[in-house]
Design a protein around this ligand. Sequence first.
Ligand SMILES: [Zn+2]
Length: 112
Amino acid sequence: MEKQEIKRLIEHYQSKCLELYEKIGTIPKSIMFACSVDECIEDGKYLVMLRDIYPDGEIFYEPDETCSYLCERHMMENQESKQNSGGTRPCFSYKYTNKNLAQGWSEYIKNA
Ligand SMILES: [Zn+2]
């Protein structure tokens, strides 16, 4: 990859990070630019977020630290694997995201 191209990519993702920070007030701990699925070399087109609504109405909405980014194909595959793991509150399991089975479900923010 050309240096110029690398520079362009870094700038692109940095502006994305800034946007995210302004939107949700936090930046994912591990900023990775590729899909988080092992051996996948596609761009991480979607940032994975975990959303939950507490009984008191408060909303939890933070980056999924168990799977930061997904490409288009793996996002679709992940959605198809979505399963309700029961319990009194929504808690969904997926092939790639929410690996710690936290309460809530996965949502995605698409990179431009
Ligand atoms: Zn992928």
